[in-house]
Design a binder for this molecule. Structure first.
Ligand code: COI
Length: 333
């Protein structure tokens, strides 16, 4: 098979080399570029493209050209598939695979890390130490323990379920909402409606795919309904939360903290370096002043297991398709 992997990075390259050694019959080429109208021609003469990008592919020309090159499959090396324009996928008779099982645990463990960081007021502790040389154990730093907390999960696919399992094993009460209820999850959580999750969670964490119908799913109304002591974690997709409303809710003490691994504005600054904070989006500048907020650069997934499996699962599904088999991870929309 002849495959072009876009969005290549050095750490992924390690596993590409491993694949090449184990499958000398395959021609695996790589490029650091994203797939868009200016780079799609590079896919000519390949059987398939594989992508791991957060930038939407909205130009019709991309899909039209892929189809004209005889390519059928767009193989995403990601869980999320919101970068895809589904009208064009259907129009040009293409199909999409993703890698939802690369490591749900990687994201879930990052959610646990974020929750404990916020719960134990580490942001405020570091802020006091670094800005005020204040090492006093002030009363507002007193915390609570996880088994006294209710964790609310919106979206209970592979990642949300892994999050439920971790928190339930620590003794927390876990409640969750999803369109489809999986009986296997009932060992770890209680399913309930969306509003009940919002109103009762001490730790609210989002794990739904991004769909236009749920952009701003968490905005001013939900922040007002949440407990003032609640924290919110987003390791799914930025547009699920209205960032400006989040900034207001934090300023008004409607909620107690936020851990954001994704942001609507992330394409403007994640994976880039800056000289001055004034170059960053205004919303980030506001969030950066808050000790009860932690922003990570879309790194919740970023473990050795995930990076390896992104490559292996993606290339395996390409191979299956080219050998006339069904892909394991077909995205059906
Ligand atoms: C995903 O797999 O959906 C992620 O968010 C990881 C990202 C690097 C594409």
């Amino acid at each position: 098979m002849k495959v072009l992997l876009y969005n290549m990075t050095p750490e992924q390259m390690f596993y590409v080399k491993q694949w090449r050694e184990e499958h000398p019959e395959d021609d695996i080429e790589t490029t650091e570029e994203i797939l868009d109208a200016s780079t799609v021609d590079e896919a000519k003469d390949f059987d398939c493209v594989s992508l791991m990008q957060v930038v939407d592919i909205d130009e019709e020309e991309v899909y039209k050209k892929l189809a004209s090159f005889g390519i059928k499959q767009i193989a995403l090396r990601s869980v999320g598939y919101n970068i895809i324009n589904w009208d064009y996928v259907h129009k040009y008779d293409l199909f999409v695979t993703n890698t939802p099982a690369y490591s749900p645990r990687a994201v879930a463990e990052n959610v646990l890390t974020s929750a404990m960081y916020l719960l134990r007021n580490w942001g405020q502790i570091f802020y006091n130490e670094q800005h005020d040389l204040n090492f006093v154990r002030e009363e507002n730093l007193m915390s609570d323990e996880i088994y006294n907390k209710t964790v609310g999960i919106i979206g209970l696919g592979r990642i949300g379920s892994a999050v439920a399992e971790i928190f339930s094993s620590l003794g927390a009460k876990v409640i969750g909402n999803d369109l489809i209820e999986n009986p296997a999850n009932e060992a770890f959580l209680e399913y309930t409606d969306f509003d009940t999750v919002i109103q009762n969670a001490d730790i609210l964490t989002l794990h739904t795919p991004l769909d236009p119908s749920i952009v701003d799913m968490i905005s001013a109304k939900q922040f007002k309904e949440m407990k003032n002591s609640a924290i919110i974690i987003n390791a799914a997709r930025g547009p699920l939360i209205n960032t400006q409303d989040l900034v207001e809710a934090l300023k008004e003490h409607e909620i107690a903290g936020a851990a954001l691994d994704v942001l609507t504005e992330e394409n403007d600054f994640f994976m880039k370096k800056f000289n001055d904070i004034s170059e960053l989006p205004q919303t980030y500048q506001e969030l950066a002043k808050m000790p009860n907020v932690v922003v990570t650069p879309h790194s919740a997934y970023y473990t050795k297991t995930s990076v390896k499996n992104m490559i292996v699962h993606s290339l395996t599904d390409i191979k299956r398709v080219l050998n006339g088999q069904k892909p394991v991870y077909l995205v059906e929309l």
